[in-house]
Structures are given as C-alpha cells and as structure tokens.
Design a protein around this ligand. Structure first.
Ligand SMILES: [Fe+2]
Ligand SMILES: [Fe+2]
Length: 169
C-alpha cells in the first residue's frame, strides 16, 4: 500500500478525500469502511448459498470467515473509529450509541448462527441469515449515510494514520 496524504488547502469542514500520489486514487474513511461493508455482504451471500446447497463443509468454512470479518469490522469501529470521532464531534454520541447496540445484536445473531451450523440445521441457518442480512443493511445505511460522513469531516486532520488502522488486515 502506498503512502496516503491529505490534500492540502482550506477545505474547511467539508469531507476531505485523501489522494494517493502514486495511483491518483482518492481514499477516505467512508471509502475504506464502505468497501469493507461490501466485502462482508459478499461473504454473507456466499455463506447463504453454501447453506442453501447443504454444502456443509464449505458452509462451516464460509461461516467462520463471515463471522471473523464482521467481528473484526465491529472491533475496528468500536476500538478505533468511534472513540476518535467522539473525541472531536459530540454530534456523533447518539449514532455511536445506536451502532454499538446494533453490533451487540449482530454478535448475538452470529453466536446463534454458529450453533445452527453446528447442528447442520439449514432452515435455522437461513432464517438467521435473513435476519442478519436485514440488520446489516439497516445498520450499514446509517453508518454510510450519517456516521462515516461525520468521520470524514471531523477526523480529516488525523485521518492519514487512522486510515491505516481502519483497513481490514
Ligand atoms: Fe458498525
Ligand atoms: Fe460498519
């Protein structure tokens, strides 16, 4: 990954993209975290397909990958992004509280899903996937529409270092 720098200039309180000088690509907290949402969506769809096909060996593997990716994403938000944002923008307090509560609900669903996979119960798995998918879509829409734009604005000054911490490893 090449070095990322903030675009200089008095852009005030607008969202500031970050320009990779080598590739000319722009980057931002929104871009990184939204791409991660899409990656998790793909893992969820793949897992659902394996369960629907009763391909349990692959479903177990995909289910573990899905849970790991989601839990890692939540951890990066709760341990890195949210505290940084709360420190600079009090408007984020309400949304962060709601997002953290929803993470807890999704963690509980993932635990239930692990149990259903263990029982090879396709109907229970698919029901849980449907609920999880619905929650994720609602949750991600709020983050992408409200929270990440606030983060792009409020954290522009220290975003270069933060961006590296927020990337999925
Ligand atoms: Fe989240
Ligand atoms: Fe997120």
């Amino acid at each position: 990954m090449t070095k990322i720098k903030a675009i200089p200039g008095g852009l005030g309180n607008t969202a500031i993209p970050f320009l990779d000088e080598d590739t000319g690509m722009t980057d931002s907290i929104s871009a990184i975290m939204t791409a991660d949402h899409h990656h998790c969506d793909q893992l969820l769809a793949s897992f659902e397909g394996r369960v629907a096909a009763r391909d349990w060996d692959q479903a177990v593997c995909d289910g573990q990958g899905l849970a790991a990716a989601l839990l890692d994403h939540f951890a990066r938000e709760e341990q890195r992004l949210f505290p940084e944002l709360l420190a600079v923008d009090p408007r984020a307090g309400g949304p962060v509280q709601v997002m953290t509560l929803e993470h807890r609900q999704m963690r509980a669903l993932l635990a239930d899903l692990e149990g259903a996979i263990g029982k090879r119960d396709a109907d229970e798995c698919l029901g849980l996937v449907e609920t999880l998918h619905f929650l994720i879509q609602q949750h991600n829409a709020k983050e992408e529409g409200i929270l990440y734009p606030l983060a792009d604005q409020g954290l522009a000054a220290h975003a270069a270092g933060l961006l590296d911490q927020l990337r999925a490893s």
